[in-house]
Design a protein around this ligand. Structure first.
Ligand SMILES: [Zn+2]
Length: 101
């Protein structure tokens, strides 16, 4: 499953020496997502209240000291989530009907 040509994880580069790091080397697992203490939603699923303890709030900004040049730098993560409906399964038993003029 390891390939150098098809990289899927983003790479973080030291701005001083261009040394490369994977996000998992810099961010503590779970720190980007956080762990809410309490989530309250209305009857339609809309979030009306959320609360994080100080330790489990999402942390997008991380301070790091490069292991190669010993210089500090700051990383700010920009995370976005895209949701979509699942691909409808192709049903070959159904015939496609074209309307004739
Ligand atoms: Zn560096």
């Amino acid at each position: 499953m390891c390939s150098n040509t098809a990289r899927k994880t983003p790479v973080i580069k030291c701005p001083h020496c261009q040394a490369q790091y994977l996000p998992g080397e810099i961010y503590i697992p779970g720190s980007l997502i956080g762990q809410p203490e309490e989530v309250v939603k209305d009857g339609f699923g809309k979030i009306i209240y959320e609360d994080y303890s100080d330790l489990k709030a999402p942390e997008m900004i991380e301070h790091f000291i490069c292991e190669y040049c010993d210089k500090p730098f700051v990383i700010e993560a920009t995370v976005s989530y895209k949701s979509m409906t699942e691909e409808p399964e192709k049903d070959f038993s159904t015939q496609y009907v074209s309307l004739l003029d």
